[in-house]
Write a protein that binds this ligand. Structure first.
Ligand code: PLP
Length: 363
């Protein structure tokens, strides 16, 4: 039997999506591909909560993060980064690699990004150009409150860039209502597809910044991508990973068939199942605020009587793959992904097996 991927991405690809990707090659300048490209981007807009531009970036999520930085910022720019997990740290490291001055805040790997800490940082660094934050921090299972965060920075006129890699398609992303400037998604999480393709929603402010930004960009130039999309037969800049588009397009159809609200409710239910099990079995959670648990993954903290690695290994031997904790929680947490094509029955099987495993390990 195939391993059940209860990891927070990549995750199981549904049969329908696999089949959609198993098609003969078509040329990326062909009308047929153009239709798939247009349908994919149109289908993504409601997932982003964005009426405006959503563009593809032919790279995994990290590439789209790098692209967002090099398209909107200039050498020497100051940025505030909420570094409350591995992927917040990733924002900071990419910005630093481009020579930007990074102000790291919110470095607690159990808490959400804190709007008042952001306001304070903005007061201390009034020349900051952007705030970089992660919506669902995949290393911790914390979901940050982007509405409050965007409100806190708006008076400073900062560009707000949000990594939605592990939330888009599993939790509401409200690009327009949040009034943010960049939101990023990737194919291998709630979009239920193979890794390698990302999408970026951009505001009018983001496009304005891209016109004057001076960091080097070539492959990742958003203006080139937009120009190709604006042709009478919309295209990608350069060769498109057409089979990835076939997959994502099919996955988006599946999400719309299920209905966005139903999809979000399913993710909420699965998160609740894991949290209930943890509470009943003496496990706590990495997120310190109960209201800030991501609906797409849960990082559970293992009681001192167990070793996290032993539990994961015993699950793996029973055909269930989970992810290890990261950073300060590497030896004490287990991350369970419940996103994309994962259903409550998969979660139930995982939790029943977990119960078996801890009973066995306790003797
Ligand atoms: N941001 C978040 C929140 C992620 O979970 C990941 C990957 O797990 C990334 C960024 C990096 O994306 P990728 O591994 O697709 O490059």
């Amino acid at each position: 039997m195939a391993m059940l991927l209860m990891t927070p991405g990549p995750t199981r690809i549904p049969e329908r999506v696999l089949r959609a990707g198993a098609r003969p090659m078509i040329h990326h300048r062909d009308t047929d591909f153009s239709k798939v490209l247009v349908t994919t981007l149109a289908g993504l807009r409601p997932l982003f909560g964005a009426a405006g531009d959503v563009i593809p970036v032919h790279a995994t999520g990290r590439g789209a993060m790098e692209a967002s930085i090099c398209n909107l910022l200039s050498p020497g720019d100051e940025v505030i980064v909420c570094a409350n997990g591995r992927f917040g740290e990733m924002w900071a490291a990419i910005a630093e690699s481009f020579g930007l001055m990074v102000h790291r805040i919110c470095t607690d790997w159990a808490a959400g990004a804190d709007p008042s800490a952001i306001e304070n940082s903005l007061g201390a660094h009034p020349r900051s150009r952007a705030l970089l934050v992660v919506h669902s921090e995949t290393s911790t299972g914390v979901l940050s409150d982007i509405t409050a965060i965007a409100r806190a920075v708006r008076p400073g006129g900062l560009l707000v860039m949000v990594d939605c890699v592990s939330s888009l398609g599993g939790a509401p992303v409200c690009f327009d209502a949040w009034d943010v400037d960049v939101a990023i998604a990737a194919s291998q999480k709630c979009l239920m597809s193979s890794p390698g393709l990302s999408f970026v929603a951009l505001s009018a402010r983001a496009w304005e910044s891209s016109m004057t930004a001076r960091l080097p960009r070539a492959y990742f130039d958003f203006r080139t991508i937009r120009n190709a999309l604006a042709r009478s037969r919309p295209e990608t800049a350069g060769t498109a990973p057409v089979h990835l588009f076939f997959q994502v397009n099919e996955a988006i159809s599946m999400i719309h068939e299920e209905g966005l609200e139903n999809t979000f409710a399913r993710h909420e239910e699965m998160g609740r199942m894991v949290r209930d099990w943890a509470g009943e079995n003496g496990f706590s959670f990495q997120p310190s605020e109960p209201g800030r648990c991501s609906p797409t993954l849960t990082a559970i903290r293992v009681p001192a009587a167990f070793k996290a690695e032993d539990i994961r290994e015993a699950l793996r031997r029973r055909g269930i793959l989970t992810a290890r904790g990261l950073g300060p929680y590497e030896n004490t947490s287990i991350r369970i992904g419940h996103l994309g094509d994962i259903r409550p029955l998969d979660v139930q099987r995982t939790l029943e097996t977990l119960s078996e495993v801890i009973t066995e390990l306790a003797v």
